[in-house]
Design a protein. Structure first.
Length: 107
């Protein structure tokens, strides 16, 4: 259990505890500037418009730039993907597998 405590302290990085008392967490994304943040928000909104319009499946012609930058959306998704937490799961799995092998050897 002590090893799991140490590992979790080192590898639980994706969510940061919010400073309020509601038990919420923050997930962080990194952007270069406000323009990139605005681009992310616009692309997410365009993607949602297409997803909601199942019949037409297109962005209204009143929106200036109709191209959806899927790469940008996927880049943000990758930032939010909890890689360190999966490493923790892998380490815990290794610890338990080692424990099983040790128990089998003792029998």
């Amino acid at each position: 259990m002590e090893t799991i405590k140490v590992l979790s302290g080192r590898l639980f990085n994706t969510l940061k505890s919010a400073e309020d008392k509601r038990g919420m967490y923050n997930a962080e994304i990194r952007v270069y500037d406000y323009y990139e943040l605005a681009s992310i928000i616009r692309n997410l909104m365009k993607l949602c418009i297409v997803a909601l319009d199942q019949d037409g499946g297109e962005i209204p012609s009143t929106i200036e730039n109709q191209r959806i930058d899927v790469g940008l959306i996927l880049g943000i998704t990758l930032q939010l993907f909890p890689v360190d937490e999966f490493e923790l799961l892998n380490e815990i799995n290794y610890l338990f597998d080692n424990g099983k092998q040790t128990a089998q050897e003792e029998e």
